[in-house]
Ligand binder design. Structure first.
Ligand code: GLN
Length: 303
């Protein structure tokens, strides 16, 4: 009896766009109070293939039963913390809409800060000239695709250990018309590259950098749904980053740059790792939009 009543409430009143919006917002409040309205709008806009802003002109429009069903399914999954970007099958990065796939790390807005900095640096150093870039741990290809959009003359090699990620990156590059600027390799960091590849002008990575101990404390969206291999960088979070720095000896040319995203408390340890290779200038760290120093760029000064 009670169960039936509860179901009755949950199933009432989503037959118009306006009612469905209000219902979804209410259902999602528990998941993310600050963004429940926005998420409800994303769902409805996705269902109706309309820009979000137009939902409000269509508030009275009826929502057919199959769309109502799809909305209920999405909301139920979202209430179990499945990330919105997996449910919608896309994420926006640097103004570009990219496809997402379960099992592949989602692009994060903070990484846009790194992309912006690199575009500024590369435009200054290589205005129009040939430019060879290597992106490691490339995931859905977001960094590489954003770079090629701004630096149409660059050639980017990307590598990721996940076959699924490489396939997704290729699909995204094709969708944005930049697949000819990018070569795709699946494997463990530099080992994925073909033999005899020439050194690069820039090596960039957003590697897994969460420590093993921090993994438990991640939001359920991340911890339970994104691939651990793309998140966890071992006991100190730097096991992959360390291998990237060491391997750069062979793959980065003198005067080339190494750039990475890191966790907020890893600056000192990273600086020590870079110093140990004795080939780089002092790294320049810079902050994300919350003022946390999360990125660095450094120049390879010696051979
Ligand atoms: N910043 C990400 C998170 O905590 C982790 C990113 C990464 O490991 N590259 O969600």
């Amino acid at each position: 009896m009670r169960r039936q009543k509860r179901r009755g409430i949950a199933e009432r009143g989503i037959s118009t766009v306006g009612d469905a919006l209000a219902w979804a917002e209410e259902q999602l409040r528990r998941i993310d109070g600050a963004r429940c309205r926005q998420e409800a709008e994303v769902f409805l806009a996705g269902l109706l293939a309309l820009p979000r802003i137009e939902l409000y002109l269509n508030r009275q429009a009826p929502l057919c039963l199959s769309r109502q069903r799809r909305l209920r399914r999405w909301v139920a999954l979202r209430r179990r913390h499945v990330p919105l970007q997996y449910l919608m099958g896309e994420a926006v990065f640097y103004g570009l809409t990219l496809k997402t796939a379960r099992g592949v790390f989602l692009p994060r807005p903070e990484t846009e800060v790194l992309v912006e900095r690199l575009i500024g640096l590369l435009k200054r150093l290589h205005p129009g000239g040939p430019l060879r870039i290597l992106e490691l741990c490339a995931g859905s290809g977001n960094i590489a695709i954003a770079l090629t959009k701004e630096l149409s003359y660059c050639k980017i090699y990307i590598s990721d250990i996940s076959r699924k990620a490489v396939a997704l990156a290729r699909k995204n590059a094709r969708a944005h018309g930049v697949a000819e600027c990018i070569r795709f390799f699946c494997g463990d960091l530099y080992q994925a590259l073909p033999a005899g590849v020439e050194p690069f002008d820039l090596i960039v990575a957003n590697p897994p950098y969460v420590t093993r101990a921090e993994m438990k404390g991640l939001p359920p969206e991340v911890r339970d749904y994104e691939p651990a291999a793309a998140l966890c960088g071992g006991a100190d979070g730097l096991s992959v980053a360390r291998r990237i720095v060491r391997g750069s000896r062979k793959f980065l040319r003198v005067d080339g740059y190494l750039a990475m995203e890191l966790g907020e408390s890893q600056r000192e340890r990273m600086t020590a790792i870079i110093r140990q290779t004795a080939q780089f200038d002092r790294p320049e760290f810079f902050a994300d939009l919350n003022g946390k120093e999360r990125f660095f760029v450094c120049r390879r000064a010696y051979g």
